[in-house]
Design a protein around this ligand. Structure first.
Ligand code: FES
Length: 578
């Protein structure tokens, strides 16, 4: 028990639907009985929604139907009433133009199904990239007690005895294939071996990052985020989460009782120590705003300076998530940071983070490095500002070649993704190893949805010269499994008239990660002239969700949430029941 007092059955939210002796409640009870339940199975019991973002095109969530049964088992054992509420499933691979565009739609759906139905608490399933922030943002806004169940990573990939990592090794071998160094038979074998089981990408991509950050925020059971999807410990963690959700309802332990400024400080430290995806920055910014907590980009940069990279996991390291789990998982990693973490931060199991870390140990100190032997000493993420990014941009220095961290070179500008695809591999592209590739109109409004186009391909001409990294700049995001000297999330974006949209071929661009600067070395009067000539790209969407998206989405430095969805938790009123 924490600060809140224990509730009685009459005080349950669901009792507003089920308990009164009136015509409306007769309907609620009789129709719940229509599904075969006795009155004493649901009346006066915590109704726990299992939020399930599953469908047959979300390749990472194929085990969720079984996990729903595991969670139900826990809920029933603890005396609750379990109801599965399917929600929009965002499959990162197959959903276009980008799952990011639909994160806010998922968040809206989660918030509204929790609000509209007789629900006392929830277990939130999530895993594939945007599903975790989507379900968490919605549930934070609704502010009912909940436990987040991370979907878990898939097993390691395999090709001719070599471990393959999701995304990371695909980029690597695709570059070899484009350079003419990998035959089609080998390429197809890699396709067969890269995704061997249910679960999310098994590198430290956005999925593993967000699952880890949710645990660091205190929103899942301790140790949950590192368990592989198909390990039987995952089933047990799921039923344990169901049991805990029932207890949280009786304790009235809401997200606002758990989550705090300290929780976000912990999440940012963990993001740096795991070498987490840059996407985590956008999602944490959005989640903090949903939780009513002030968080800005500079905080990531400040914290980044003091936290070493400890997880030797691809793309910044060598191993994959299965190794990370066997090496002790996130609890072992956080234990290394115990002198820096805010150990008094609360978590959903009613204990502090410090209490949850007791006894955690490293079992393989090459996979999870101790503080005295980090993979990199510090600086997992750098936040850049300057004349090219007045509202900020980010780069992951750990994933870039060192020679490019301080670099000046002439721009080669692609006005959008189609232009990039059409020209990047042409023999007459005037590119050298010093060039700076610039992609415009790939941001939240321009694309729309800020797709993961920020790892612009290294031009074939350079690959054939053995060059594998080049400075790239865009207002897009990058897959967490990617690597390279990619400056991302440039704000304001090109499509809104940001300086990125004014860059022209041959302009000199200067990046200085050490000084945190990103500058366009063009005379101010010339930029004024270009701005007067600049025309916004034509709107691609005039109706439907995409039109709402471009009208309401905020820039990357504010989390890309919708303006009308930001606000303190629980601000929207409960529904009237008449
Ligand atoms: Fe689902 Fe990577 S595609 S987590």
């Amino acid at each position: 028990m924490t600060t809140s007092s224990r509730r009685t059955p009459d005080e349950l939210r669901s009792s507003r639907w089920y308990a009164p002796d009136d015509l409306r409640s007769f309907g609620h009870r009789s129709r719940t009985k229509q599904m075969g339940f006795h009155r004493d199975e649901f009346l006066g019991k915590p109704v726990i929604a299992i939020i399930n973002p599953w469908n047959e095109l979300n390749t990472c969530h194929t085990h969720f139907p079984q996990r729903v049964q595991d969670i139900k088992r826990g809920i029933y054992q603890a005396g609750g009433f379990a109801v599965e509420l399917p929600v929009l499933s965002l499959g990162e691979q197959l959903l276009k133009p980008t799952a990011m565009m639909y994160r806010n739609l998922l968040a809206m759906e989660v918030e509204e199904v929790l609000r509209g139905y007789p629900v006392d608490g929830a277990v939130l399933l999530g895993g594939c990239d945007k599903t975790t922030p989507g379900v968490l943002m919605g549930a934070l806004s609704m502010n009912l007690p909940f436990v987040y169940v991370p979907g878990g990573a898939m097993l390691r990939g395999n090709w001719r005895g070599e471990t393959l990592g999701s995304g990371t090794d695909v980029w690597k071998y695709w570059d070899q294939r484009r350079a003419g160094e990998l035959d089609s038979e080998s390429w197809e074998e890699i396709e067969d071996g890269i995704a061997r089981s249910p679960g999310t990408c098994m590198t430290m991509g956005t999925a593993a990052t967000m699952m880890s950050l949710a645990e660091a925020l205190g929103l899942s059971m301790p140790g949950a985020s590192s368990i592989p999807a198909v390990d039987s410990n995952h089933n047990r963690m799921a039923s344990w989460s169901g049991r805990r959700a029932v207890e949280m309802v009786w304790e009235n332990l809401k997200p606002t009782d758990v989550i705090s400024d300290d929780s976000f400080a912990n999440a940012i430290m963990v993001q740096m120590a795991i070498g987490g995806s840059t996407n985590g920055i956008i999602h944490l910014l959005a989640m903090a705003r949903r939780a009513g907590i002030t968080l800005d980009l500079e905080r990531f940069d400040r914290i980044s300076q003091g936290i070493p990279l400890l997880a030797n996991v691809k793309p910044s390291g060598q191993y994959v998530m299965e190794d990370f789990y066997f090496a002790g998982g996130l609890r072992a990693l956080m234990q290394q940071l115990k002198d820096r973490l805010k150990l008094n931060a609360k978590t959903i199991n009613g204990r502090t983070l410090g209490e949850n870390l007791k006894g955690a140990e490293i079992y393989h100190d090459d996979v999870i490095r101790p503080l005295e032997n980090p993979v990199k000493p510090a600086g997992g993420t750098a936040v850049l500002r300057g004349s090219l990014a007045p509202q900020g941009a980010v780069i992951k220095p750990s994933a870039a070649e060192d020679r490019l961290l301080k670099h000046r070179g002439p721009a080669i500008v692609f006005k959008d993704i189609r232009d990039l695809k059409a020209r990047v591999d042409r023999d007459d592209l005037p590119v050298t190893a010093d060039s700076v590739l610039v992609l415009q109109n790939a941001g939240p409004v321009g694309a729309p949805g800020m797709p993961e186009w920020g790892q612009l391909p290294v031009p074939k001409k350079l690959l054939q010269q053995g060059i594998r990294d080049i400075l790239r700049i865009s207002d897009a995001r990058m897959s967490g499994t990617s690597y390279g000297a990619c400056v991302l999330h440039v704000a304001p974006e090109a499509a809104l008239g940001g300086p990125l949209g004014l860059v022209r071929d041959g302009d000199l661009i200067e990046l200085d990660v050490f000084q945190r600067r990103l500058d366009l070395l063009v005379k101010p009067e010339e930029l004024v002239r270009r701005r007067q000539e600049w025309k916004a790209p034509p709107l691609k969407h005039r109706r439907g969700y995409a039109a709402l998206y471009v009208e309401q989405v905020t820039q990357a430095d504010e989390g890309c949430d919708f303006r009308f969805l930001q606000g303190a938790p629980g601000e929207t009123s409960e529904p009237d029941i008449f």
